[in-house]
Design a protein around this ligand. Structure first.
Ligand code: SF4
Length: 429
């Protein structure tokens, strides 16, 4: 059979769908592009925004236009949370929850179109950890490696604990063999990822500090990046290792969500503004060239113009390099959805717009501060038109440089020269 996939949502989801693809390959099927005619189409869904339902419907329709007779399965977060809504979508044949999505070739032997969608969505209580990884770039130089899944924090706006279940992590003993596989496959960079990465905990009690320390001592030609981590979980011991490491990159993504203590409390976040400030300043003091990203939510219930102003001022005052800004949307079943003080949608959007503008300015300031520095890039993609390679430095500067199109995808030293069109032009040294 020809099997194709469509992924909605985050990199952890992308890693999961890649693992499901491998399972189908191992079962003897051909994996084809989503644009090609297929016998089975699996759509991996997300619930982060209120558009989950509309997005899912749109992709089912697209899939059926391309392959009218294909078996259509919907898997992942939205499937786990709202199977009842998915079975109402015309053309869906199967709905698979977070655990069941990793067993589809065993669960379904006859992928025939159904009059009524079959729902295979179980309880998340004892869901095991499923290892998954994926390349996140065309050059296949960088891998996203999921080492943790699930969350139990219950931030008041978030559906993830309901959609993905509780904390679970990869066995510590499995990590090295996965890293060896990445190295053998030619990956020069691995991004350690998880739904709440800082909550990594192995059955023997190893935590994220143990993982970072262990990887730092491994002898593979790989550099490591840690993906988004909650501020209360980025421990000084982890910073100690990264500061001295030539394997871990000085790049951090630390969600803030709001600069107002009052809003953070309503969000049920687990840190105080003053601790967040201290953490960011501490990182920059230890690693002055570090790139620091932050997530922000605009228009959370009760966010007044004054609260928003406080957020703007906090971000302006901190050496944050860029923002990922999300406009708040009510998610069914979350405590925040019934809070008073709903912010009109046009104001939410306006706030998002002004924070995105601020983010652009901050990134430019950060990039300009790097001019003249010597950094290491893993060449990712080559443009025949410009004769330039593109890639990212260890501190997450997007840069391009002229070089022979046949250079290998190995780390290479460059000097950052000039800010142009949202990136830095550099030269080989
Ligand atoms: S930490 Fe909060 S926002 Fe992040 S996944 Fe857990 S509940 Fe959701």
């Amino acid at each position: 059979m020809k099997v194709s996939f469509y992924n909605l949502g985050c990199k952890v989801n992308l890693a999961d769908i890649s693992r499901i693809g491998k399972q189908f390959e191992e079962a003897g099927h051909d994996i084809v592009d989503f644009e090609q005619e297929s016998d089975v189409i699996l759509i991996n869904t997300c619930t982060v925004t209120h558009r989950a339902d509309a997005d899912c419907k749109k992709i089912v329709r697209r899939a059926l236009r391309q392959s009218p007779n294909a078996y259509v399965g919907v898997v992942g977060c939205f499937a786990q949370l709202s199977p009842g809504e998915i079975i109402k979508i015309d053309g869906v044949d199967g709905v698979f929850g977070q655990n069941e999505k990793f067993h589809i070739p065993e669960l379904i032997t006859d992928f025939k179109k159904q009059d009524e969608a079959m729902v295979l969505v179980g309880d998340l209580k004892d869901i095991p950890f499923h290892t998954s990884a994926v390349s996140d770039n065309v050059g296949k130089t960088r891998a996203v490696f999921k080492i943790q899944d699930g969350c139990e924090y219950n931030c008041s706006f978030c559906t993830i604990p309901m959609a993905r279940g509780g904390f679970r992590s990869i066995d510590f003993a499995e990590i090295e063999s996965e890293i060896k596989n990445f190295s053998d496959s030619g990956f020069g960079e691995v991004i350690l990822s998880g739904v709440n990465l800082g909550e990594y905990k192995s059955i023997n009690g190893e935590n994220l500090t143990h993982v970072v320390r262990f990887l730092d001592k491994l002898n593979y030609p790989i550099r490591y990046r840690i993906s988004s981590i909650e501020p209360n979980l980025l421990k000084p011991e982890i910073l100690d290792i990264i500061e001295k490491s030539d394997k871990f990159t000085p790049h951090f993504h630390i969600p803030l969500q709001s600069g107002s203590g009052e809003i953070l409390r309503k969000m049920k976040r687990r840190y105080r503004i003053k601790n967040y400030q201290k953490l960011i300043l501490n990182i920059k003091e230890r690693m002055p060239d570090a790139c620091i990203g932050a997530d922000i939510i605009t228009g959370f219930p009760g966010e007044t113009a004054g609260h928003f102003e406080t957020t703007l001022n906090l971000i302006k005052s901190l050496p944050i390099s860029y923002l990922h800004v999300f406009t708040y949307s009510e998610r069914k079943g979350t405590p925040a959805a019934s809070l008073e003080g709903s912010v009109p949608r046009d104001i939410r959007k306006e706030r998002t717009k002004s924070l995105r503008k601020l983010s652009g300015n901050k990134l430019e300031v950060f990039y300009r501060s790097q001019i003249g520095k010597i950094k290491t890039v893993i060449p990712e993609s080559y443009s025949k038109e410009s004769g330039e390679w593109r890639g990212w430095t260890e501190n997450y500067v997007n840069t391009s440089f002229s070089a022979n199109k046949n250079i290998p995808p190995d780390p290479i030293k460059i000097k950052l020269l000039e800010y142009k069109g949202g990136k830095l032009i550099s030269e080989l040294i």
